[in-house]
Design a binder for this molecule. Structure first.
Ligand SMILES: Nc1nc2c(c(=O)[nH]1)N[C@H]1C(S)=C(S)[C@@H](COP(=O)(O)O)O[C@H]1N2
Ligand SMILES: [Mo]
Length: 252
């Protein structure tokens, strides 16, 4: 079956399920494809499951639009962050030589990588748009190590279903499923618009994923945990977002 007819079929299936306004049918479809978001029993309930399942079936292999360098925004907006704290300031004062990102959980070779090691790994560069749920966007060039490379490097086990990523800011942590973790535009970014990633934009390391809203693009990342369940993390809803009333899945 061709890509196009398969796509039509899937769209039709979802539309029919939603059209007869039977959330139960949509739920069954989502379960059949293993597409239940971790916050499905949260405040958005079945609607969240339907959105996630429908988007995943349509977009899991598709790329976010890439722009040309001429489209890069002249004055990108760095959203304000809470004070970064003494530990961050100390590491920053020493030029981030002591910045580390720990990769643990379901890996054959859990490793803590220094910033220098991360910078020595193969990179991928994209000119893409980032958007905040509050309405503003900008286009920038990001360079980083594909997350898929890091997962391969640590020997991610086949049972891994999610990557949990954490920041030096404890209130900011997120997770993504493997469709996003292995997506070619998902990178541990360390450069932006041709310079080292500036601190207001998440430097020295930020998880950049082009297929989800700004809030999933966590700044100052220090730890990646590979897991087959999100239950033991925080309140078990998958990330800090649903704990604060935002959807875990913020696909665009
Ligand atoms: N650590 C951390 N990451 C964060 C945030 C934050 O406050 N702290 N804000 C998030 C939100 S809500 C958005 S919209 C984007 C903003 O990215 P920008 O500053 O590059 O515009 O970063 C996200 N990542
Ligand atoms: Mo945001």
């Amino acid at each position: 079956m061709s890509q196009i007819s398969r796509r039509k079929l899937i769209t039709g299936g979802i539309a029919a399920a939603a059209g007869i306004s039977s959330i139960a049918v949509a739920g069954a479809l989502a379960r059949r494809h293993g597409l239940i978001p971790p916050d499905s029993s949260g405040i958005y309930g079945p609607g969240e499951t339907l959105t996630y399942a429908a988007q995943r079936l349509l977009t899991r292999h598709s790329m976010a639009r890439e722009f040309s360098r001429g489209d890069i925004s002249q004055n990108p907006f760095a959203n304000e962050v809470a004070p970064l704290g003494d530990e961050f300031n100390r590491i920053q004062a020493a030029g981030f030589a002591d910045w580390k990102i720990t990769v643990d959980g379901m890996a054959a070779r859990p490793t803590a990588f220094s910033l220098a090691e991360i910078r020595s790994f193969p990179t991928s560069t994209q000119v893409t748009m980032i958007g905040c749920e509050e309405g503003w966007t900008y286009i920038a060039e990001w360079t980083g190590v594909p997350l898929s490379y890091i997962l391969d490097r640590v020997g991610a086990l086949p049972q891994v279903r999610y990557v949990v990523y954490r920041s030096i800011q404890p209130d900011w942590w997120e997770s993504i499923d493997m469709a996003d973790a292995l997506h070619p535009q998902t990178v541990v970014a360390h450069r932006m618009n041709g310079t080292d990633l500036p601190v207001p934009f998440g430097g020295p390391l930020r998880l950049r994923l082009a297929r989800q809203l700004g809030y999933k693009n966590v700044k100052y990342i220090t730890r990646l945990t590979l897991t087959d369940t999100l239950k033991p993390f925080g309140k078990g809803l998958g990330s800090s977002s649903p704990e604060g009333g935002y959807a875990w899945y913020a696909g665009i």
